[in-house]
Design a protein around this ligand. Structure first.
Ligand code: PLP
Length: 767
């Protein structure tokens, strides 16, 4: 049972059952990223339902909370408080003009409930007008104004006197506002109801009708407030001064807080007196401290402007997607809806499987509500994945702003290097490769895992194919693409775009010459560099290849026939903070002691088993370590990666590690477990390489690598007729100097063509 499943099972046993939950147990976040208990990373386009606008894991919020918690946490509004005073002043300064006084509460629904009470008091009337598809919360008053029937009907009778009218229909509003109307309540962008944007004429018209008829205008900015739509408040897009403004969600940076902002007409009614409303937790200093820090961050990092720019870019890109599933794209800032012609739920699940958490908005709309700190590359990746999931074609990708080589095989690799493709962000490259492969006469597409797949045959048929399995993703670190003196520089030149480009070119050339009768499938897998190897796992059951070449650099004259295994450990140790002069070990000392134990164990194991051979050795490495303290808890997180030799007892090692972790009270989770895999130099494929290398004037050699590759994933299923091959010096993998010699790249293409003739040519296919 994985840690994720364990949490899900434990929570499921006792949770109320009112939520339709996703099968993800979130345990950590940073910026726009979240991680589940199994260590899987997600790009967050839900923001905790519009809360985490400043991003997850903000140390400023943690520090503000810790400092305030040590001063005073609770202080109801029957007393005055310094932090609350600051927040009230700040709210008065930043909210639209005319809003003078503020009631602090704990959630959006509560803000709406209070707004209704204040509106009734101020006007002496009882009725409310709300909009179709509006959402205002789930308690008896707020629920009465919420449109969705199945939220409301089981709980009737609700607060009476609420009329619903069509949104953006001023005539309907005109008919609905009567002398009994205390207030109209509206969202300026309907979030839950499908991302519908109010027109300026409608908003101005409703405000006028309210003024003329003595009704108040309550604007619900619980979702749109604090920068979400590209302005601090959506009211600013309309130059609107509401009588009551409801706020919540993003204000507390994740800490619950709501606000009812009251305008002149409410205050001047003279009816908002002592005792008419109250809340124990409302305006507590802890939430106020978090809100002040959140507002500082929103201002300092210009997040509303960022939301406006990125939102416009995202809506542009989404609008250029062509898919029969997309009906319309709507958005304002980073509140974006993609209306589908079908139910959104299955597509939300597909997104989740691909590491993207998004929300529905009504039955047919996918809603993107990312933290406002999301980076452009992350949002682009979200759009790439959406395009894949919705089977959309994009406008043709034009990566080549710099001059590209006249040699087509070099131009292909050069353009591939110009498209960034970190793990889980391979979508653009996959579509580019599919386009290029089609131009070169192959049948190409992007599969449901996001892999680029090109085949010499339209249908696989009965004959076992030859599979050339490369990968598209690279490690981070931009290296400007340049071609100089026969050397091509760029991230991924060696690992592994060079080998993948060589696969595509060699296959297309052999196919164009009519040399291939056995189908050849070229795959550019996703997530090889991540612990997940998701691309390879998605294809391992799809094919039963006659032979497989893995696309990894081996130098064009050598062939790799074995990779070590791996095991990754995520560890966390926590203790109460104590004085450094005291007797208690700090979390970093305990982490260091654990690492020392791991290191010594490997040293002893190697002395007994491995001798001097690096391939046979047990190789642990401390990949990262970081300590933090919030003033109360001292915490160290560290990651250990093992390189495992063949036939190694991984289960035994895991058991041993768990025991040490228990003894040291360290929390441990495993990921990226792969056994070592090795083949031999006598397989038909290895022999074909020997012949091809000799035919091109090279002396063949064979290598075992101490790293891992997708061979570890597919080798155990696809069998021994497997090698890894590709141009490039693997010592340049992951380095800032990554580059490939063009002559070597071209030599590798020639070798691959000869190998394909041998193993997929007419003679071989007849056997
Ligand atoms: N109003 C709007 C516009 C909302 O989007 C929501 C929540 O999604 C609410 C009210 C209710 O807020 P809460 O869930 O904090 O009670």
């Amino acid at each position: 049972m994985t840690p994720n499943i364990e949490i899900i099972e434990r929570e499921s046993r006792f949770t109320s059952g009112v939520y339709g939950k996703r099968q993800v147990a979130i345990v950590r976040g940073s910026g726009a990223l979240l991680w589940d208990a199994d260590g899987r990373e997600y790009i967050d386009c839900a923001s905790g339902m519009g809360v985490a606008s400043i991003g997850h894991g903000r140390s400023e919020i943690a520090a503000a909370l810790a400092a305030q918690a040590q001063r005073v946490i609770t202080c109801p509004e029957i007393f005055y408080n310094d932090v609350r005073a600051q927040l009230l002043e700040r709210l008065a300064r930043i909210t639209p003009a005319g809003l003078e006084r503020f009631f602090l509460c704990n959630s959006g629904t509560e803000a709406v409930e209070g707004a209704f009470k204040f509106a009734r008091l101020a006007t002496g009337r009882t009725g409310f007008v709300a909009a179709l598809r509006g959402f205002h919360g789930r308690t008896m008053g707020a629920l009465a104004a919420t449109w969705e029937r199945h939220y409301r009907e089981p709980f009737a009778p609700l607060m009476p006197g609420v009329t619903h009218v069509r949104y953006n229909d001023l005539g309907a509003m005109d008919r609905a506002i009567t002398e009994e109307t205390a207030a109209v309540i509206l969202e300026l962008v309907q979030g839950e109801g499908g991302v519908h944007i109010a027109t300026p004429e409608y908003v101005a018209g409703v405000a006028r009708l309210c003024r003329e008829r003595g009704a108040l205008l309550i604007v619900d900015e619980i979702q749109t407030g604090f920068g979400r739509t590209g302005r601090l408040f959506a009211c600013e897009h309309y130059d609107l001064q509401p009588d009551i403004l409801c706020l919540a969600k993003a204000l507390g940076g994740g800490v619950p807080m709501g606000v009812i902002a009251l305008g002149t007409r409410v205050i001047e009614s003279g009816r908002i007196g002592k005792g008419v409303h109250g809340s124990t937790f409302g305006g507590n200093p802890l939430a106020c401290a978090a809100a002040l820090t959140t507002l500082d961050i929103l201002e300092r990092e210009h997040l509303p402007q960022h939301a406006e720019q990125l939102g416009a870019h995202a809506v542009d890109r989404l609008s250029s997607l062509r898919s029969p599933l997309i009906r319309q794209v709507r958005g304002r800032g980073l509140l974006i809806g993609i209306e589908l012609t079908r139910k959104a739920q299955p597509y939300l699940e597909m997104l989740c499987e691909r590491g993207i958490l998004a929300l529905p908005a009504g039955p047919n709309v996918i809603r993107l509500l990312p933290p406002l700190v999301i980076e452009e590359a992350q949002l682009n990746h979200v759009i790439d994945v959406l395009a894949e999931v919705l089977g959309a074609t994009t406008e043709p990708v034009q990566p080549a702003e710099q001059p590209v080589s006249e040699a087509p095989e070099v131009a292909l690799l050069q353009q591939m290097l110009m498209i960034p493709s970190l793990s889980r962000q391979e979508g653009r490259l996959a579509h580019f490769l599919a386009e290029q492969a089609r131009v070169m006469g192959l049948h190409a597409s992007v599969d449901e895992a996001g892999n680029f797949v090109a085949c010499t045959h339209a249908e696989p048929g009965e004959i076992q194919p030859v599979v050339l399995l490369g990968h598209m993703d690279t490690v981070p670190g931009n290296i400007p693409v340049r071609l100089e003196d026969g050397v091509l520089y760029g991230r991924g030149a060696v690992d592994a775009k060079g080998p993948l480009a060589a696969f595509v070119v060699a296959t297309a050339r052999a196919h164009q010459r009519g040399e291939l009768s056995r189908p050849v499938v070229v795959i550019g897998a996703v997530e090889e560099e991540a612990a997940t190897s998701r691309g390879a796992r998605a294809v391992v059951q799809r094919y039963q290849p006659a032979a497989c070449i893995i696309g990894e650099p081996s130098g064009s004259a050598a062939v790799t026939i074995g990779y070590k295994g791996r095991l990754l450990l995520d560890c966390c140790v926590e203790c109460d903070l104590s004085h450094s002069a005291g007797p208690q070990s700090s979390s970093s000392e305990r982490a260091a002691a654990f690492w020392e134990r791991v290191r010594q164990h490997a040293e002893a194991w190697n002395a007994e088993h491995a001798g001097a051979s690096a391939f046979a050795a047990l190789m642990p490495s401390l990949r990262s370590i970081s300590s933090e303290s919030d003033g109360l808890i001292d915490r160290t997180r560290f990651m250990i990666g093992y390189r495992l030799p063949p036939e190694f007892d991984i289960t035994g090692l895991r058991r041993q590690l768990v025991q040490w972790a228990c003894e040291a009270d360290i929390h441990l989770s495993f990921s990226g477990e792969e056994a070592a895999f090795r083949s031999t130099r006598t397989t038909p494929l290895a022999r074909a390489f020997i012949a091809a290398l000799r035919a091109t004037g090279q002396a063949p050699s064979f290598k075992y690598k101490t790293g891992t590759s997708d061979m570890n994933v597919v080798g155990p299923v696809w069998g021994q007729n497997i090698v890894a091959y590709g141009p490039g010096d693997s010592r340049l993998d992951h380095t800032p100097q990554e580059h490939i010699r063009i002559a070597e790249y071209q030599h590798a293409i020639r070798v691959l063509e000869l190998v394909l003739q041998e193993i997929a040519g007419g003679r071989e296919a007849e056997r």
